[in-house]
Write a protein that binds this ligand. Structure first.
Ligand code: SF4
Ligand code: FES
Length: 247
């Protein structure tokens, strides 16, 4: 199939950006979205033009690097997958596809589709280490954890830090990311010694990075490739209230 691609091109953080239109021919329905971009870049290189910069690593939904808006939706229209897991069979011959970077004050564009998502790393860093010695696997299993809490903590830990929740939110809020990261520790006994300090430090760090506030539209949950539930935002709010009363 042949597609018309409208891709955001921006030479650097301070350069003005614009959409550039490309024709992508011979696109196989079996290709992944990133393979389609690879093919476009090979054609651009052959023509002596600058290839489109986009971030990627695992190409199997693990690392969260392939963060792009496709037709206005973070990671594309299919729920529960990353852009690298998106297949071209979801598109039709003759479609126009708009591809742009995450748009958020906390994620400045580095080049074309690549943004700097290190703000999320700094928020995680503010949370600090778990001081409890969890030991080897049999020791960890010796700490009783209610099955329901273990399942919820596991679901929260599925967050890959891609930032789609921020990109999808009209306020560029990182509350779903924060909710997942705070919940995964708050739900387990090993996370309790630093429970109060951790949530206060992470929320303060997120505010400093310029992420917005949550207004409960749940766009984040709809965009999240790991289908992290907004119930983790509710837990984050309870953890924050609890910590504020104790601090
Ligand atoms: S909560 Fe979901 S959308 Fe947000 S960073 Fe984690 S995996 Fe990505
Ligand atoms: S490249 Fe790793 S999640 Fe897409």
């Amino acid at each position: 199939m042949t597609l018309t691609l409208k891709i955001w091109r921006q030479k650097g953080p301070d350069a003005p950006g614009r959409f550039v239109t490309y024709e992508a021919g011979d696109v196989s329905p079996d290709m992944s979205f990133l393979e389609m971009l690879d093919m476009l870049n090979q054609d651009l290189i052959k023509k002596g033009e600058e290839p489109v910069a986009f971030e990627n690593d695992c190409r199997e939904g693990i690392c969260g690097a392939c963060s792009v808006m496709i037709n206005g939706q973070a990671h594309g229209s299919k729920r529960g997958i990353t852009a690298c897991q998106l297949h071209m069979r979801l598109f039709n011959n003759g479609d126009t596809v708009t591809i742009e970077p995450w748009r958020a004050k906390a994620f400045p564009v580095i080049k074309d589709l690549v943004v700097d998502r290190s703000a999320l790393d700094r928020v995680m860093q503010a949370g600090g280490f778990v001081s409890v010695r969890t030991g080897a696997v049999p020791d960890a299993n010796a700490v009783p954890v209610p099955k329901e809490n273990a399942d919820k903590a596991m679901d929260a830990a599925a967050c890959i830090g891609c930032g789609a929740c921020v990109a999808a939110c009209k306020n560029a809020s990182a509350m779903l990311f924060l909710g997942a990261k705070v919940s995964q520790y708050a739900l387990l006994p090993q996370g309790h010694p630093e429970r109060t300090r951790r949530v206060l430090a992470m929320v303060e760090a997120a505010d400093k990075e310029g992420f917005g506030n949550c207004t409960n539209t749940s766009e984040c949950e709809a965009a999240c490739p790991k289908e992290i539930s907004v119930t983790h935002i509710a837990r984050l709010n309870r953890e924050l209230l609890r910590a504020a009363l104790r601090a």
